[in-house]
Design a protein around this ligand. Structure first.
Ligand code: 5GP
Ligand code: SF4
Ligand code: MG
Length: 452
């Protein structure tokens, strides 16, 4: 998911809309905006893309100088309107609105407990547990309420919240999912999942919201507080795939990372070939890095339908195959008679690579050597990326050689864990890599049981 919050002297809804647009890659299922107009919160949300959800009529209603927005990619709870965000709750004569990126690992037991106390839930999402706890713990001091909530919830959360005339943000102690804050010269403050909306809407000084940090923005300015600190565990998959190529999150630039991964992989797994081809778009910088380092020319060999969006979470294998077909088409004039190195960011189920290799060969490619700029994904993510269960992860069930046969490649290689970490240029390892090595910083107990 993607979140944004803006505190300003002027109307914020259009800016929230533009900001959400530049976070659209983080979720295409639903989108929503909530503003505070000085008296009431006004909420507008629906299924589908940001551009389809808001029009001039929405902006006439969404009047307010402070607001939050959300784009959804389902990780907990089905893809229904009632599960879309922001969430708005009334409690103790007050309104609380909240939007969340991440995934809690202990929301079920908290939900059971709150239901036991008589609380009713209106959605199936973990986010509502956060909102309910903040409302429950609010006794006149909102930061205290957030701290008490943070003491209960476990897992990944980057949250933006509206309370009275305040914009509030908080990030989990491990900092799994990104969150940034920027301030413009005129005093406007923007908080968002990535830097693109901050740069596009226009802020000058940008910094990360730190893990465990709680920020309150109101007429007194920006106030920062902290919950207990823990070891940093930023999601490395943000740089591999999830974030936009122009994202700089927690000190790592996604484009540079992807490019370096390609260079490193070309040294780790060289092969003789005529052309380096990317699976666009997340594979493109890596393919360029691979090409530059190996001296083998980069070429465009796949034409992408830019109107398809990210199509990975279709329910059936047939639909996923069809999506790949609709999204990417081999360019026969480039591929014919050539030995190809095909670079992609990751293999999850193996659908994309298998389908592409088959069709590239049909288009005349003589050989296809698959190169993947992340290690094999062997474990599910419980912190906000929707990887399937282990049975469906091809690398959890087959060796590299077996995978090579299954996807029909002439050779297959993945970047090493060390290589990927080196590509961050960070001296210390402050990253979560659980989907690659199974080391979970926060035990996903409940969910692991769910899965069985
Ligand atoms: P596979 O086809 O092997 O199941 O998935 C790998 C492909 O899906 C890669 O091209 C990668 O860019 C993309 N991908 C990996 N993780 C995700 C994800 O969480 N969401 C979406 N939409 N695509 C993903
Ligand atoms: Fe990111 Fe993987 Fe960790 Fe999930 S398990 S937070 S996808 S690195
Ligand atoms: Mg891809």
């Amino acid at each position: 998911c993607g979140v944004i919050g803006i505190y300003s002297q002027n109307d914020v809804s259009k800016k929230l809309f533009y900001g959400l647009n530049s976070l659209q890659h983080r979720g295409q299922e639903a989108s929503g905006i909530c503003v505070f107009n000085g008296e009431d919160m006004i909420l507008d949300k629906g299924m589908g893309l940001v551009y389809d959800n808001f029009d001039d009529e929405s902006f006439l209603k969404l009047k307010g100088n402070v607001g939050i927005g959300h784009v959804r990619y389902a990780t907990a709870g089905g893809s229904y309107r009632y599960n879309s965000q922001p969430l708005l709750a009334f409690s103790k004569n007050r309104e609380f609105a909240l939007a969340h990126n991440g995934n809690l690992v202990n929301h079920q037991s908290i939900r059971d407990e709150l239901e036991e106390e008589g609380m009713l839930f209106q959605t199936a999402i973990d986010t509502e547990v956060i909102l309910s706890l903040v409302a429950k713990y609010y006794k006149g001091d909102i930061v205290e309420a957030v701290k008490k909530t943070m003491a209960r919830i476990k897992g990944a959360y980057s949250v933006v919240m509206l309370f009275e005339d305040k914009l509030i943000a908080f990030r989990d102690p491990n900092g799994f999912r990104p969150l940034l804050i920027g301030r413009a010269k005129n005093g406007e403050v923007i908080i968002a999942s990535e830097n693109a909306p901050l740069e596009i809407i226009g802020t000058d000084a940008i910094r990360n919201v730190e893990p465990s940090e709680i920020i309150v923005v109101d007429k007194k300015g920006i106030h920062s507080d902290f919950f207990e600190k823990a070891e940093k565990k930023h999601c490395i998959f943000e740089y591999v795939y999830f974030a936009r190529t122009d994202a700089t999150l927690d000190g790592v630039n996604s484009y540079n990372f992807r490019r370096r991964c390609g260079e490193i992989l070309s040294r780790e797994a060289p092969v003789e070939a005529d052309l380096v081809i990317a699976v666009p778009d997340s594979g493109t910088p890596a393919a360029m890095g691979y090409a530059q380092e190996s001296g083998i020319p980069f070429a465009e060999g796949l034409v992408k339908n830019r109107y398809m969006g990210r199509t990975f979470i279709k329910p059936t294998a047939e639909e996923r195959e069809l999506s790949v077909k609709l999204k990417l088409n081999p360019l026969e004039t480039v591929l014919k008679g050539k030995r190809i190195i095909l670079v992609d960011d990751s293999i999850v189920r193996g659908t994309t690579s298998k389908n592409l290799i088959k069709r590239m060969k049909k288009a005349g490619a003589k050989e296809v050597h698959m190169r993947i700029v992340s290690p094999p994904v062997k474990f599910p993510c419980y912190y906000g990326i929707n990887t399937p269960s282990r049975q469906k992860l091809i690398a959890a069930n087959y060796s590299v050689e077996e995978m090579r046969k299954k996807i029909g490649a002439d050779s297959l290689a993945f970047i090493s864990m060390e290589g990927m970490l080196n590509a961050t240029l960070m001296k210390e390892n402050k990253f979560c890599e659980a989907c690659f090595n199974g080391t979970y910083a926060v035990e996903p107990k409940e969910l692991v049981q769910d899965e069985k």
